[in-house]
Design a protein around this ligand. Structure first.
Ligand code: NOJ
Length: 965
């Protein structure tokens, strides 16, 4: 590192949080959080009194109002504990069968925060006008579905919501009676007192009715008002307002989702059986320094979406709440799951997604919160980051080294040291004297830059961004609601823009413009439209705040406390930045904005990464589970830092990490300031060549990734697909999270995440279609035969080998010319690899467009389906046909790609040597070679036969048929 950058580094080190390793004590356990304690105690009382326990909440049938023309009703709810307090229930069935259940206190002392869903949803969901509620004496119910298979029942006394499918309970709310919405009260209300008897092991706890509510609420008012954690006191001016709810899946033994945390995809229980997970899962966005590789603790983002799965169906619930939430998971039996959700504030707003297949659930969730949009094509290339490239010349020399070594890369990143005193947008001119020239140098081969913009604004009179925010009065306020909240982050004393305040929006978007603003405010003149953005520290991370974040009693727009909106805060920053980046160019281009913090709906604004992982094998492994869990919860454009953020990985580990990264949707190497440089060109042989090959493999497969993203943008199905998503009835796959499929390409990968590995056992799923049953080694065409019951096979995985298989029945499109960056591949020809299934068939698709504008929305794209089908005994017919909407053929993009050919078709697993290979139209014999080998008939394992058809003379965007006889 050059001397001149040292001063910045020193300043920065003085700002670092005091701990350099996870101090678990910096973060609350459930026992240290008043409302979580109350929630768990409620569950304990219910368990101790099982059988005698009934929820005090009931629907008052006399208040039931059923909407005449749509599937909605409202009703009053009361609690027998507080007859004077009123609650309102609102239940709707959406057009797609999703059930939304809302409950709020009515006419209370204060208002509960009820806007979480409005930030998460893309629009107000359409209520069904066909489904009808029928009210009876004891309940109100609606039957729906194509075969009337679904029924939703709201039982009046006690209040219970049940979704059934074919008479079988799928989701039950308040079945255990743990619903509790603490009403607003004054501090003066008499404290509850009660006498407790019993409580010895095995004895029932009897609470004498001196305080008639104590059986339910407990004998003391535990942490109702101000609460202290370490040196911080939360003033809690609104008092208790927490919300507990049990959500049970009586017929589903596996639950997934609720990212983000470092654990397995199939969520372990938290209530006893698992000795390491004794706390509930926590959703409270936090900057957890050197987080553990296995823990229920919360991390940077929170998505309150949970899938529940069984061989019979997949269902999900989305609990639209923005405050701190704890979730206990237990399995009363192997095939059932109970969960309890306890949130600090907010209304009850639960969406029940009925499935019944994983793809139905993804579609239902995408209808609510949107699918991840198609990213810019370059964003799927390789990103090179480190904290920090220290000068414009440093960036240039890193780029030069990549080019000299022929290692592909698309994006160079700048971390916080580019900014003078960490005042984002303002270049440190000593080290970055010519930022625009540097960017132009990077852009020369179509590359891009990503530059960090954090949310903390240095409170400095010479920082226009802070000054303007202050003048606009759009900064978060401290607890009394007066002035500006002040905390510490990289930039020293800082303030935070309150993105809940609409007055901040246009101003923020304007900051990113590369031209002078009409309103005379700051804009980023020394930047170009090829600079995209990285939003970090947006939990928000505040070094001197409680749990390294903002005090919960800080005040946002509308008078809401930070406690009410905490988990959404980071998403708003990401949302506005993403809008800002997309409008810098005219016509707009697809923005790339990486975020660390996220919430339900964040998938609409860009990618995420798993934060500050460690350079250890454990972290490498858990990164895969975390990326899968994010995908399940909609946030599919995800990855973990290749190499590990902290530490200096040995070459073997670094190579394996590149293999993991190459099969992550977002592929970025990053490293902490204190680490040694570890760009791939610095590696010795053979490591350098291996990493080059991995990067080339990723680039050759960009068509696969782009096509998978395209599909996801239409369906909400994640790019990385876990086994339960692909094979929902194959129980052996329900807990598998170390291997997964890429889109619908048929590629099955199991990255190696251990030292010294030379072979890997890969699970071939039970075949539910009954025809595939063969898998091919991607690199050698070795055929593995599957089994109807599922089976493990051993795949070679020496350091240069990634266990990567193609499922028989797939056609994979690649581009095999090594280039320095992905834009340089734009007109490169395609190779199709046809991996036949047992009956000699295969299928695949390919989506292409200009990769950066929104022209594709006007039909400017190529979308082909390739189909291979048996032709006679040992032949095959392979065809390409249009998959796009009708009337789109001959669109501008397609025309611009006229010269782009399919240069090679490789057919693996044919039964014997063909006698002729011709184009159906034209009939000319094509050039081909044939290597005999094992056929894909599922009888034998071994090297598959390989037919290579050279240059069939067909364009990638047109219809054609190749006939192999
Ligand atoms: C924390 C981020 O997680 C890390 O990736 C980044 O390098 C540092 N902040 C400095 O910006």
């Amino acid at each position: 590192m050059r001397l001149s950058s040292l001063s910045g580094v020193l300043l920065l080190l003085t700002c670092l949080p005091s701990a350099l390793a996870l101090k678990a004590g910096d973060f609350k356990t459930c026992a240290q959080s008043g409302f979580c304690r109350r929630g768990r105690a409620l569950a304990e009382r219910a368990n101790a009194n099982a059988g005698a326990w009934t929820s005090p909440y009931s629907v008052d049938p006399s208040t039931l109002v059923i909407a005449p023309h749509e599937a909605q009703f409202t009703a009053g709810v009361k609690s027998s504990l507080y007859p004077d307090i009123k609650f309102g229930l609102d239940v709707r069935v959406h057009k797609d069968g999703v059930v939304r259940v809302r409950m709020d206190e009515v006419g209370g002392l204060r208002k509960r925060y009820d806007e979480a869903a409005s930030w998460a949803l893309i629009q107000q969901p359409e209520i069904s006008s066909e489904i009808r509620w029928t009210a009876g004496k004891k309940d109100v119910r609606a039957v729906y579905g194509r075969k009337k298979e679904f029924e939703v029942v709201i039982t009046f006394e006690p209040l219970r919501v049940t979704l059934l499918r074919n008479g079988k309970e799928q989701v039950v709310l308040n079945g255990q009676g743990l619903l509790h919405m603490e009403h607003f009260r004054t501090k003066e209300e008499t404290p509850a007192t009660a006498q407790v008897e019993g409580g010895e092991e095995g004895e029932q706890v009897v609470i004498k009715a001196e305080n008639p509510r104590a059986w339910f609420e407990g004998e003391s008012e535990d942490a109702y008002w101000d609460e202290t954690f370490l040196s911080w006191t939360d003033s809690k001016p609104k008092g208790p307002e927490s919300l507990s709810l049990d959500i049970n899946f009586p017929n589903h033994g596996h639950v997934y989702g609720i990212p983000q945390r470092a654990t397995h995809l199939d969520l372990p229980t938290t209530t006893g059986e698992n000795p390491t997970f004794t706390d509930p899962y926590r959703l409270y966005n936090a900057d957890v320094f050197e987080y553990l590789a296995s823990s229920p603790m919360s991390l940077y983002g929170s998505i309150p979406l949970m899938h529940a799965h069984s061989p019979d169906s997949t269902v999900a619930i989305f609990n639209a709440i923005a405050s701190e939430t704890w979730i206990d998971v237990s399995h009363p039996t192997r095939s059932s799951t109970n969960t309890q959700w306890v949130s600090e504030s907010g209304i009850l707003d639960v969406f029940i997604l009925p499935g019944p297949t994983p793809s139905d659930v993804f579609a239902q969730y995408a209808t609510l919160t949107g699918a991840a949009p198609l990213p810019a094509h370059w964003a799927l290339g390789y990103h090179q980051c480190r904290w920090n490239y220290v000068s414009t010349d440093d960036v240039r020399s890193v780029q030069k080294r990549f080019d000299e070594e022929d290692i592909p890369v698309d994006v160079f990143w700048l971390d916080i040291e580019y900014a003078e005193e960490h005042k984002y947008f303002i270049w440190d001119r000593k080290n970055f004297p010519d930022p625009v020239d540097m960017m132009k140098d990077v852009e020369a081969v179509g590359r891009k830059m990503v530059v960090i913009v954090d949310p903390h604004l240095k409170r400095s009179s010479n920082y226009p961004v802070y000054q303007e925010a202050s003048e606009l009065n759009v900064l978060v306020k401290p607890k009394n609601g007066e002035g500006e909240y002040e905390g510490w982050c990289w930039s020293g004393s800082s303030s935070w823009v309150d993105f809940f305040n609409p007055n901040s929006w246009d101003w923020w978007k304007g900051l990113f413009k590369t031209t002078v603003r009409d309103d005379g405010k700051f804009s980023w003149l020394d930047s170009t439209e090829n600079v995209h953005v990285w939003n970090d520290m947006n939990e928000p991370s505040i070094f001197n705040g409680p749990e390294i974040t903002m005090p919960k009693d800080s005040i946002h727009y509308g008078g809401w406390e930070h406690r009410d909106v905490h988990n959404i805060n980071g998403m708003l920053f990401h949302n506005l930045t993403s809008q800002a980046v997309s409008t810098r160019s005219d016509p707009p281009k697809r923005p790339f904005v990486l975020t660390r913090s996220f919430y339900a709906g964040s998938q609409r604004f860009g990618a995420m990464w798993t934060g500050d992982n460690l350079g250890t094998w454990d972290h490498m492994a858990v990164g895969i589970y975390m990326v899968l869990a994010n995908g399940v919860a909609g946030m599919t454009f995800a990855g973990s830092d290749v190499g590990g953020f902290f530490g200096n990985p040995e070459p073997e580990m670094l190579v394996r990490w590149y293999q993991v990264g190459a099969f992550n949707p977002f592929f970025r190497a990053h490293a902490h300031l204190d680490t040694k440089r570890r760009e791939p060109f610095l590696l010795d042989e053979p490591y350098k060549s291996i990493v080059r090959d991995i990067l080339r493999l990723r680039y050759s497969m960009l068509p696969v990734w782009y096509t998978a993203f395209h599909e996801g943008s239409l369906t909400g199905v994640p790019v990385l697909r876990p086994h339960y998503v692909m094979f929902p009835q194959d129980e052996a796959g329900f807990s598998i999270d170390d291997q997964y499929f890429v889109g619908s390409s048929g590629l099955l990968v199991k990255p190696v995440v251990q030292k010294g590995v030379t072979e890997t056992s890969v699970y071939l799923p039970e075949d539910q279609v009954g025809i595939a049953l063969v898998y091919y080694n991607y690199f050698t065409n070795y055929i593995y035969t599957g089994s109807a019951k599922g089976k493990n096979v051993t795949v070679p995985s020496a350091l240069h080998q990634t266990p990567l298989l193609i499922r028989g029945g797939s056609i994979v499109s690649t581009r095999e010319r090594p280039r320095r960056s992905s834009p340089l591949m734009k007109y490169d020809p395609f190779t199709l690899r046809v991996a036949l299934d047992k009956s000699g068939n295969a299928k695949g698709d390919l989506y292409l467009d200009d990769g950066e504008t929104y022209d594709y929305q006007q039909g400017n794209y190529i979308w082909r389906e390739f189909v291979a089908g048996k032709n006679g005994k040992k032949g095959v017919k392979i065809s390409s046909k249009d998959l796009g909407i009708a009337g789109r053929a001959g669109n501008e993009f397609e025309m611009s790609m006229e010269s782009v050919r399919v240069e090679k078709i490789v057919v693996v697993g044919l039964g014997g040597k063909p006698t002729s290979v011709k184009l159906e139209a034209g009939g000319k014999e094509l050039e081909w070679t044939y290597e005999p080998g094992v056929a894909a008939d599922g009888k034998k394992e071994g090297e598959g036969s390989v037919l290579v058809i050279k240059d069939p003379g067909v364009g990638v965007g047109i219809d054609w048929v190749v006939v192999v006889s």
